[in-house]
Design a protein around this ligand. Structure first.
Ligand SMILES: NC(=O)c1ccc[n+]([C@@H]2O[C@H](COP(=O)([O-])OP(=O)(O)OC[C@H]3O[C@@H](n4cnc5c(N)ncnc54)[C@H](OP(=O)(O)O)[C@@H]3O)[C@@H](O)[C@H]2O)c1
Length: 252
């Protein structure tokens, strides 16, 4: 998402030129089969929102084979023919008007007429591990309101680009968990922001796939802020010579 205007699309394509490392990040995250990256315990919640991922539902570990990527029909149309279906992932296209968007001999392409039906069928599919919602705006809008959306993985593009499709507002239902360091491609700066579903974090934190974030070194400023937060929350209050008092913690 472009930070200046929340743009995510222009004329059926991305607003910004190819950023190889960002594309690799998208491919790595949505293709990864590392169960530890997503879940802890015998049952994995499936379903993450990606802008760039929605993580929903339960299934036994060990049966997981591939992740699913759920996208709107216009996003499917925007993928170059040679890259679709996106390899190594079950591609599920949402359309209210079409019942098919092509064929795939490996059975990695499906069409569904609603997000609810898509999540229900993917959740009981023994081939599927994690579910990623990969856009566009119409699908993000619905997915962001869905209670099964565990994590939002957002690429923030620092340079302004014209756009005609925009990321919907991400409500207070989500809280910031992690910001990566800032990367640069030519004159474009970008980073990866991870937001967690507040309700799940307070009720079933083990289901929010925070291990995924460990792959992305923290922004130095965020590291500093994390240390300050830790000192304020868990430090000891002591007297000092000025009488104002200090909060301190052993080790910092
Ligand atoms: N930067 C990013 O992260 C990112 C990610 C993805 C896409 N994009 C960009 O975003 C743009 C496309 O986004 P968009 O919002 O215009 O379109 P979209 O969300 O990709 O697709 C919209 C289409 O999906 C179907 N649809 C929507 N809601 C549905 C539902 N609840 N159930 C069943 N089908 C549903 C309808 O298809 P039918 O008309 O066939 O019924 C609708 O016309 C492109 O420019 C693309 O390049 C950017």
């Amino acid at each position: 998402m472009c930070l200046k205007n929340n743009g995510i699309g222009l004329k059926g394509d991305m607003p910004w030129p190819r950023i190889p490392k960002e594309l690799k990040h998208f491919a790595d995250v949505t293709t990864s089969k590392d169960p530890l990256a997503y879940s802890i315990g015998d049952y994995a919640m499936k379903s993450c929102l990606f802008s760039s991922g929605l993580t929903a539902q339960t299934q036994p570990q060990g049966l997981a084979k591939v992740n699913a990527v759920v996208m709107g029909r216009k996003t499917w149309d925007s993928l170059p023919a040679k890259f679709r279906p996106l390899p190594g992932r079950l591609n599920l296209v949402l359309s209210r008007t079409l019942s098919t968007v092509g064929t795939d001999e490996n059975g990695m392409l499906e069409v569904s007429s609603s997000l609810e039906d898509a999540l229900a069928s993917l959740s009981v599919n023994p081939k599927v591990n994690e579910i990623f919602i990969i856009g566009g705006a119409q699908i993000y809008e619905e997915a962001l309101k869905h209670e099964a959306c565990k994590l939002v993985i957002l690429t923030r593009i620092g340079k302004a680009f014209e756009a005609d499709t925009f990321m919907p507002r991400i409500e207070e239902t989500y809280t910031r968990l992690h910001v990566s360091r800032t990367y640069q491609h030519k004159d474009i700066t970008y980073d990866f922001l991870f937001l967690g579903n507040r309700k799940l974090l307070s009720t079933k934190p083990e289901l929010v796939p925070t291990r995924l974030m460990e792959r992305y070194p923290c922004h130095a400023e965020m590291q500093y802020l994390e240390i300050i937060k830790d000192i304020i929350e868990t430090g000891a209050i002591k007297d000092d010579r000025t009488g104002v008092g200090i909060v301190g913690k052993f080790g910092y």
